[in-house]
Design a protein around this ligand. Structure first.
Ligand SMILES: [Fe+2]
Ligand SMILES: [Fe+2]
Length: 445
């Protein structure tokens, strides 16, 4: 029975992970949900109810604690913990559609909601699953208060990053500068003490462009995953893994990496090999960093349509986190190209990337990426069709082309405009390059 319980838990984690990335109707999610249900249904025919408890951060069933599974089921543990759920009960009579709906409701449930989750489940027609606390309600309320208390004054860089990641869950915008400076502080602390972070210090010395790229991709990946609804812990894990995605480039000759002319076939092969070399190097650090950095280093150039590299003799569907990092990776590579190629506007980046929907990129994820980031990201200096100049302050989820813009010139037009609510003829015309014609407006950023 224990083996089959473990089997169910792993299937259940797969279904929850799939639902984080895909819609409720997506075949990937439906398939994983179906597999989890098959396992659970078999178990319930033998023993009902099936009760799981969360004890000191570990999942337990009867007197069995699944410590050896904890890394593989950690994502579901943090989903439950984030929502204050310490007890899960499954009863006979459960239908597949109920389990599938339960997963969606679980992920949608607001951590600080005043509604009791089990009542919420019943009101939505889920009658054979209960989810709640082990503690008495009075203690639970006291627990909430302590969570709300302000952070300690003497925060470490790591704590500050965690607070920033948490704030990404509640605020829709991305404070890139704050996150970047904290990430740098964090790396300074860690590269002096933890051997796995020394590799990043190596990259910084050897290749500043790659180092900045790693930081940017990590920040973008954290922003994207938090907006997708991943838990704080998942966001941190994917952000950390993204930091190392190109670590294999340490082994690639700098001259090849910076070559602006056409690459020879053997040079191209050496660059492609950074995926395998990176994964191999990160295998030494799985005790501290986990397995996700290995997977992402290996898979981040595998495309959604199964092309890309490393070339494999078998067909593999990349990990959802690899799909996420792939999008952030290409976005940053194109955005960096913009810094020296004046006409490479954010809109052009959008057009280039969206054309690869379903080929290079997972179709739903690429849509959602631009929905969260906007075609004209926060901080872009733009000129509008009426000749005014402004800074994009926020993306508009409902219209990715029409962000909120703060007009800074001319004087009489100063103020914040929500373009979606403005007359249709008023639109973003183009981005001003902050290294060229937009230089005068840099102090307003
Ligand atoms: Fe790469
Ligand atoms: Fe990269």
């Amino acid at each position: 029975m224990k083996d089959r319980i473990q089997h169910f838990l792993l299937d259940f984690v797969m279904a929850v992970q799939a639902r984080k990335v895909y819609s409720a109707e997506h075949p990937q999610f439906i398939q994983h949900g179906h597999e989890a249900f098959q396992q659970l249904d078999g178990l319930l025919q033998e023993s009902s109810p099936l009760i799981f408890g969360l004890i000191e951060g570990e999942l337990a069933w009867e007197n069995e604690v699944f410590i050896d599974l904890s890394r593989r089921i950690r994502s579901i543990l943090s989903v439950l913990q984030d929502r204050g759920i310490e007890r899960l009960v499954f009863r006979t009579g459960l239908k597949e559609a109920e389990l599938i709906l339960f997963i969606s409701l679980l992920l949608e449930f607001q951590t600080k909601s005043q509604i009791d989750f089990s009542d919420h489940l019943k009101s939505r027609g889920v009658h054979h699953i209960e989810a709640g606390r082990l503690r008495a309600p009075v203690e639970a309320a006291a627990g909430f208060e302590s969570e709300e208390s302000s952070p300690p004054a003497s925060e470490s860089a790591v704590d500050r990053i965690m607070h920033l990641i948490q704030s990404l869950h509640t605020e829709s915008t991305l404070d890139t500068l704050e996150l970047l400076s904290r990430l740098k502080q964090f790396l300074q602390v860690y590269s002096g003490t933890r051997v796995e972070f020394l590799d990043l210090a190596d990259v910084r010395q050897k290749d500043a462009v790659t180092y900045i790229h790693l930081l940017n991709v990590s920040i973008l990946a954290m922003f994207f995953t938090s907006r997708l609804g991943y838990s704080t812990e998942d966001v941190r894990d994917i952000g950390t893994a993204a930091l190392f995605h190109d670590i294999g480039k340490i082994h690639v000759d700098g001259e090849i990496l910076s070559k602006s002319t056409r690459l020879e076939e053997n040079e191209f092969f050496k660059i492609q090999h950074h995926t395998v070399l990176g994964a191999h190097r990160l295998l030494k650090h799985t005790q501290t960093l986990g397995i996700l950095p290995v997977i992402i280093a290996y898979e981040h150039h595998l495309r959604y349509d199964r092309t890309g590299y490393p070339r494999l003799s078998f067909s593999v569907l990349p990990h959802p986190a690899s799909h996420i990092v792939t999008i952030c990776d290409v976005y940053d590579a194109l955005a960096q190209r913009r810094s020296y190629k004046k006409d490479y506007s954010p809109k052009r980046i959008y057009e280039v990337m969206i054309a690869e929907k379903g080929r290079h990129f997972e179709p739903e994820l690429i849509e959602r990426f631009f929905q969260f980031l906007g075609v004209w990201p926060k901080g872009t200096i733009v000129s509008l069709t009426d000749g005014s100049v402004g800074i994009v302050r926020e993306a508009d989820d409902l219209d990715i082309f029409r962000p909120h813009v703060e007009i800074i010139a001319p004087e009489d037009k100063k103020g914040l405009i929500r373009l979606r609510e403005a007359p249709p003829q008023l639109a973003v015309e183009r981005a001003l390059n902050p290294y060229a014609e937009g230089r005068d407006y840099l102090p307003f950023l």
